[in-house]
Design a protein around this ligand. Structure first.
Ligand code: GLA
Length: 674
């Protein structure tokens, strides 16, 4: 188990360094991520390198028994670089150039940036490839984090190149994007611009390709650095830090290029439900590389600096969230950062070693957690999940443009479906539409707007072979070009589901739908044809639930109707269908339930599929997470809870039949799955 943090010794006088190493030993730290923002310190001018300080700190850490995750330092180009090559700066959607003076102020496709980054990485890797302290490489930092999309001329050129490679001919692109619409037909690739600010909606196919291109362009940068490190003879694992469900990067694709998955995760202590968002991120990370442990590369010991309000963590909460990561498959608990900065934008950000010193609660919790983690034996990463939830960047991207029946926040919706499952104490794997689904008893595929033929086939095969598939509204609407297929909507899954969709029946979105709120909507205005229908009630085998966003008009072709709308425009029409297919069952729900409705629907789906909770009757504030035969139990609530579970506490060796958990208490119990 790795324990440690980002370490930025360049912010401190060298006399501090030996004290850092001593304190790290005291805290149980065994790994630090070094040099993440050190470009300016390593390379004061083009062609000049200053290795002395890095040699010395690497030596000190090594002598102190602290291993190093050495960063490539390419995330923040120094002032000399942007002064000499201003063309490397990125631009916003209006074409305005970003200034330097922060971080990530580079156009990922800039040839000047790429050359400078490659030179730096080549020199760094040549020097430290075989350094005994270096056990891992940390490429760049949080790719795309601040600069989600770049609209510069560099991006324009690279996008055109990417499109040429994808389509071969301009006719191919015109057909895919449907440019006959609004006189958008291109006669050559060099007419194509990034989707900059335009008077009205831009081409959806073009916007989708721009998102694909951006993810690929950043991945290309990662691969360039990775291959440069390898070419220098380095044999350590190479990674970069992901950010959970991060919109611009398709981590399914990225996961194939990193040796080990690493994630940065900062749940908001002001949000009592943020442990579920964190749980989703952790399950996603484990699922990106099934069967291998992942690393929690960054979290905070307490307050941040970048939220409108930066609440501290409550006593015990930092350890509880660390145990959560381990419970969901992490073999590292790391923080941003080791020693709290005294200057700069992040000086209010908590650290392992706080500005207020070692007499603090944070320091006590840090050292205690270090000694606890050291006691945890090796754990297998397998979640034992019998439930899979489909999460797909392509659908997310396709749903992130304009002009839908009703706007949807895809990621938020998927995380609500996740929360509905997670609160019922089952293990959940996250999958993409083409993942291997063998072994799952239940696959939940909500709002899977863009579905490829391969994805549709995979879901069909899964069901035919005996699986339970649960699909809900606005799924299988378009193909990979964001175009309707021949024959209506829901074409790919029509036979499987035994239904077709005639109309989406948009409802005025709920007021808590993020940016998509419903000022002025009334809830049941249809009788009097009032201002707009905002929900529709569904009566089904899970009782009565409130449906939002859509009340789709569906037509069964062989599926059994097992639930109906009871009010609104479609009162009396089917809302829930079930179709036997091969030896499996495919269910379709023609709306998106509210939170309570999702819990009811998922409880029913779990029962239908025969998936049992880890422990019956637990409070939703108790989280369960499984790694093979080890069950982690965490109390994220404030009330004391008693959990009946038979097994062995892996930390104390004690045989238990019941555990008591106060606020943020957690235990790891060796016990076979239910
Ligand atoms: C991210 C970055 C770090 C730091 C932290 C602050 O995770 O990678 O460099 O800025 O945020 O929370």
């Amino acid at each position: 188990m790795y324990y440690g943090a980002d370490y930025n010794p360049e912010q401190w006088p060298e006399e501090t360094w030996p004290d850092d190493v001593r304190r790290m030993q005291e805290a149980g730290v065994n790994l630090v991520s070094l040099a993440i923002f050190s470009w300016a310190k390593i390379q004061p001018a083009e062609g000049e390198f200053e290795w002395g300080w890095l040699d010395r700190i690497l030596g000190l850490l090594h002598d102190g028994g602290i291993q190093v995750n050495l960063a490539t330092a390419t995330a923040s180009p120094p002032p000399w670089a942007t002064q000499k090559y201003p063309e490397m700066l990125p631009a916003d959607q209006n074409g305005a150039v970003y200034g330097p003076g922060s971080r990530q102020h580079y156009a990922p496709t800039s040839p000047a940036y790429r050359r400078l980054a490659a030179d730096l990485v080549a020199a760094l890797a040549a020097r430290y490839a075989t350094h005994p302290a270096v056990v891992m490489w940390h490429v760049n930092n949080e790719y795309g984090c601040h600069l989600n999309y770049d609209y510069s001329d560099n991006a324009r050129d690279a996008f055109q190149h990417w499109l040429r490679r994808k389509y071969g001919t301009i006719e191919g692109l015109n057909a895919a994007w449907g440019t006959a619409f609004w006189s958008q037909i291109y006669t050559s690739f060099d007419q194509i611009l990034p989707p900059r600010k335009a008077p009205y909606s831009t081409n959806p196919g073009g916007a989708l390709d721009y998102k694909r291109f951006t993810s690929d362009a950043l991945l290309e940068l990662y691969v360039m650095e990775r291959d440069t490190i390898r070419a220098a003879g380095a044999t350590q694992p190479i990674t970069t830090n992901f950010m959970g469900a991060f919109p611009p990067l398709d981590y399914w694709k990225w996961a194939q290029e990193v040796d080990v998955i690493a994630d940065d995760c900062y749940p908001d202590p002001n949000d009592p439900e943020s442990f579920r968002t964190a749980a989703f991120a952790r399950d996603l990370m484990r699922s990106l590389k099934p069967g291998t442990p992942w690393l929690l590369m960054e979290q905070s010991t307490g307050a941040l600096n970048w939220r409108p309000t930066n609440a501290p963590k409550a006593p015990g909460q930092m350890a509880a969230l660390s145990a959560q990561a381990v419970g969901h498959g992490a073999d590292a608990v790391m923080f941003f950062q080791w020693r709290q900065s005294r200057r700069g934008s992040e000086k209010f950000h908590s650290a392992m070693l706080p500005q207020s010193g070692t007499g603090t609660r944070i320091w006590r919790e840090v050292t205690h957690l270090g000694s606890t983690l050291a006691e945890i034996p090796t754990l297998a990463p397998d979640s034992g999940a019998r439930v899979a939830l489909v999460f797909d960047w392509e659908s997310w991207w396709a749903l992130s443009h304009t002009d839908y029946p009703v706007p949807l926040d895809y990621s938020r919706l998927i995380q609500r479906w996740y929360a509905a499952l997670h609160s019922q104490h089952v293990s959940i794997d996250i999958v993409k539409p083409t993942s291997d689904l063998t072994g799952y008893k239940l696959v939940v595929a909500p709002q899977l707007y863009l579905l490829t033929n391969e994805g549709a086939e995979n879901l069909s095969t899964y069901t035919t072979d005996g699986g339970h598939l649960f699909v809900s509204a606005f799924t299988d609407v378009v193909d990979e070009d964001d175009a309707f297929r021949d024959g209506g909507y829901l074409v790919g899954l029509r036979d499987l589901l035994g239904i077709s969709i005639d109309e989406f029946g948009a409802l005025v979105p709920p007021s808590d739908a993020g940016d998509f709120s419903s000022a002025g909507a009334t809830s049941s205005a249809v009788g009097g044809h009032g201002p707009g229908q905002a929900h529709s009630t569904v009566q089904g085998p899970f009782g009565e639930v409130r449906g939002e966003y859509f009340a789709e008009e569906l037509r069964p072709h062989g599926a059994e109707v097992i639930g109906s709308f009871t009010d609104g425009r479609l009162a009396g029409h089917p809302a829930l269908t079930r179709n036997s297919h091969g030896t499996g069952v495919a269910t379709y729900l023609a709306t998106i339930p509210d939170d309570t409705g999702m819990v009811a629907a998922m409880a029913w789906a779990l029962r239908e599929a025969g998936v049992l909770p880890e422990v019956h009757g637990l409070s939703p504030w108790i989280e369960t997470a499984r790694r093979a035969d080890v069950l982690t139990l965490i109390n994220h609530g404030t009330e004391k809870q008693t959990v009946s579970v038979r097994g062995t506490d892996i930390l104390t060796g004690e045989e238990v039949s019941q555990v008591k958990l106060g606020a943020f208490d957690w235990r790891m119990i060796r016990t076979e799955p239910a």
